[in-house]
Design a protein around this ligand. Structure first.
Ligand code: NAD
Ligand code: TYD
Length: 355
C-alpha cells in the first residue's frame, strides 16, 4: 500500500480529491491541512473515518513538522492543494497569500527535496510532487482565444501573483534539483462543499436566505466552469500518469458570464425550491461596485490532457449546476455548521487529541 500526501485536503477541491482517492485506490492518504477558515473536516464525510485516511493539522510553512511527516510516512508523492484561494480576500489582505502560497510552497518543496534526496534511485524516479494551480496565473483574455500550457504568465491579483510565484518555484525545483514535479492549471471549480464566499455557493445561499445576489460590475465577466469531481479525476490521472516536468491545463469548455450563471441558479431554485411568495429569485439580483482589477475572461484549452491522458469532463454545466444546487438543498447541516462557525469545533469533537 503506497502513501500519498494531500495538502489542503480539508478544503473544497482537496476534500473532493481525498474522497475520490479513498474510494478508488488502496492508498493511504495523509491529509495535511492547517484548517484555516476554509478547512472543514466535515467535507470528508465517510472518507474522513476510513482507516486509510490520516489527518495531520499542520501548517505547510512549518518545516520541522513537514520533515517529521515525511520521515514517519515515507510517501510515494505529494499532491499540493493547500493555499489561500479567494481573490477578494487577497485584495483586502494579501499577507496570508504570500505566506502560504509562496513561502508555504517553498517550505514544502524543500521538505520534499530533503526526503527525496534520501531515497534510492528507483524511489527517486517514482516520486512525484504535483502542484495544483489555477488558470488565473495567465491573466485576463479578451473576447477570443484560450489559455494553454504555453501561454505566458501575466497574473493581476495578489492571489494569482502568489500562485504564479509558487508555479515558478515548483518548476525551478525540477530544473535545478531534478525533483520530479508536475503542474496543473485549472479553471474555476464549482460543486459540493465549496465555501460560500465564492460566486456559486454564495448566490445559492443568499437566494435561499432572501438576501441580495451581488453581481460585480455589469456581470459580463466570463469564467470557464468545471465540476469539482471532474477536476479531482484529472488530478488523479496526472499524478499517476503525467510526464514529470510537464504542465497540464484543465478546463470544462463551459464559458459563462456571471450573469448567465446567476440567472441559471435562480431558475434552478425557482424549480427546485420555489420562493414562499411565489415570485422568482431573479428579483434578488443586485448590481454592486466592481472588484478592483477584475479579470474580464478566463477560458482553457484542455486539448493536451485529453490527447495525452484521455481525460474529459463527465458533467456538462447544466448537469453539474443542478447537482450542486441539489447538494446544497440536501445538506442543511453542512450549510448551517459553516454559517454558524460550528464546523470549526468539528475537529475536537470527532478527532479528539488525535489530529
Ligand atoms: P480552499 O480555500 O477551499 O481550501 C484550501 C485549503 O488549504 C483549506 O483546507 C485550508 O485550511 C488549507 N490551508 C490554507 N493555508 C494552509 C497552510 N498554511 N498550511 C496547510 N493548509 C492550509 O481552496 P480550493 O478552492 O479547494 O483550492 C485548492 C487549490 O486549488 C488551491 O491551490 C487553489 O489555488 C487551486 N485552484 C482552485 C480553483 C477553484 O476554482 N477553487 C481553481 C483552480 C485551482
Ligand atoms: P469567484 O468565485 O470569487 O472566483 P474567481 O474570482 O477566482 O474567478 O468569482 C467568480 C466570478 O464571480 C468573478 O468574475 C467575480 C464574480 N463575483 C460576483 O459577481 N459577485 C460575488 O459576490 C462574487 C463572490 C464573485
Amino acid at each position: 500500500m503506497q502513501t500519498v500526501f494531500v495538502t489542503g485536503g480539508a478544503g473544497f477541491i482537496g476534500s473532493a480529491l481525498v474522497r475520490l482517492l479513498i474510494a478508488e485506490t488502496d492508498w493511504r492518504i495523509v491529509n495535511i491541512d492547517k484548517l484555516t477558515y476554509a478547512g472543514n473536516l466535515e467535507s470528508l464525510f465517510e472518507a474522513g473515518r476510513n482507516p486509510r485516511h490520516v489527518f495531520s493539522r499542520t501548517d505547510i510553512c512549518d518545516r520541522a513538522a513537514l520533515d517529521a511527516l515525511f520521515a514517519q510516512y515515507r510517501p510515494a508523492g505529494v499532491i499540493h492543494l493547500a493555499a489561500e484561494s479567494h481573490v477578494d480576500r487577497s485584495i483586502h489582505g494579501p499577507g496570508d497569500f504570500i505566506a502560504t502560497n509562496i513561502t508555504g510552497t517553498y517550505t514544502l518543496l524543500e521538505a520534499a527535496r530533503g526526503y527525496w534526496s534520501s531515497l534510492d534511485e528507483a524511489g527517486q524516479r517514482a516520486f512525484r510532487f504535483h502542484h495544483v494551480s489555477t488558470d488565473e496565473v495567465f491573466g485576463s483574455l479578451g473576447p477570443t482565444g484560450f489559455f494553454s500550457e504555453t501561454t505566458a504568465y501575466d497574473p493581476r491579483s495578489p492571489y494569482s501573483a502568489s500562485k504564479a510565484a509558487s508555479d515558478h518555484l515548483v518548476r525551478a525545483w525540477r530544473h535545478t534539483y531534478g525533483l520530479p514535479t508536475l503542474v496543473t492549471n485549472c479553471s474555476n471549480n464549482y460543486g459540493p462543499c465549496q465555501f460560500p464566499e465564492k460566486l456559486i455557493p454564495l448566490m445559492i445561499l443568499n437566494a435561499l436566505a432572501g438576501k441580495p445576489l451581488p453581481i460585480y460590475g455589469r456581470g459580463d465577466n466570463v469564467r470557464d466552469w468545471l465540476y469539482v469531481d471532474d477536476h479531482a479525476r484529472a488530478l488523479k490521472l496526472v499524478f499517476e500518469r503525467g510526464e514529470p516536468g510537464a504542465t497540464y491545463c484543465i478546463g470544462g469548455h463551459n464559458e459563462k458570464t456571471n450573469l448567465e450563471v446567476v440567472d441559471s441558479l435562480c431558475r434552478l431554485l425557482d424549480r427546485l425550491k420555489p420562493r414562499p411568495d411565489g415570485r422568482s429569485y431573479l428579483e434578488q439580483k443586485t448590481f454592486v461596485a466592481d472588484r478592483p482589477g477584475h479579470d474580464q475572461r478566463y477560458a482553457i484549452d484542455a486539448t493536451k490532457i485529453g490527447r495525452e491522458l484521455g481525460w474529459r469532463p463527465l458533467e456538462s454545466f447544466e448537469s453539474g449546476l443542478e447537482k450542486t444546487v441539489r447538494w446544497y438543498l440536501d445538506h442543511p447541516d453542512w450549510v448551517a455548521h459553516v454559517q454558524s462557525g460550528a464546523y470549526r469545533q468539528w475537529l475536537e469533537q470527532h478527532y479528539g487529541g488525535r489530529a
